[in-house]
Design a protein around this ligand. Structure first.
Ligand SMILES: [Zn+2]
Length: 174
């Protein structure tokens, strides 16, 4: 996994860059939840489901099908009576999808079952610069956690800032 912080920075940047009219505290929270939610699959360890199983960590919850459905369903549920439901849903779906894409840039663990249910192959990108985050808060509060935050500040924070800035420039010129 990338860390909770990395995933939420990504979802917030997507909102600020592409869905600025939809950004408010409640939608930021929902998009952030969508970006983090695939990692709730670590609960599978409690049920004895192995990391290598498609039902385990970075398995089916880290697929395009699951993440897009999660974003659309949650936004549809919470914002169904709003005029901008579709845009909010698209933002939440992209936020959820950003999760496995960021995980595939990390340098540890198993790859993501991105194409489940069509394939159970665990995939990474060829370029994996992001320091993988430990599983569990206890492990995060260590030197490893510090290295993760530094790595994410560079590889997620800087592109997020760039995306946010680019969105502002494009909108101010249109
Ligand atoms: Zn993950």
């Amino acid at each position: 996994m990338a860390s909770l912080f990395g995933h939420v920075v990504a979802s917030s940047a997507l909102g600020a860059a592409f869905f600025p009219r939809q950004v408010r505290s409640s939608t930021l929270l929902l998009a952030g939840f969508c970006a983090f939610a695939p990692d709730l699959d670590v609960l599978a360890f409690q049920f004895g489901i192995s990391y290598h199983s498609v039902w385990g960590h970075r398995g089916w919850t880290h697929s395009v099908v699951f993440t897009l459905m999660l974003g659309f369903l949650l936004a549809g549920f919470f914002y169904k009576k709003q005029p901008d439901t579709l845009k909010t849903a698209l933002w939440c779906a992209l936020s959820a999808l950003s999760h496995p894409l960021l995980d595939m840039l990390t340098n540890g663990g198993l790859g993501c079952a991105l194409w489940w249910p069509f394939s159970e192959a665990r995939l990474f990108f060829p370029f994996r610069p992001i320091q993988v985050s430990p599983i569990g808060v206890g492990n995060f509060l260590s030197e490893w956690g510090g290295r993760v935050l530094l790595s994410e500040a560079f590889w997620i924070g800087l592109p997020a800032l760039f995306l946010w800035g680019l969105g502002r420039v494009v909108r101010s010129n249109s």
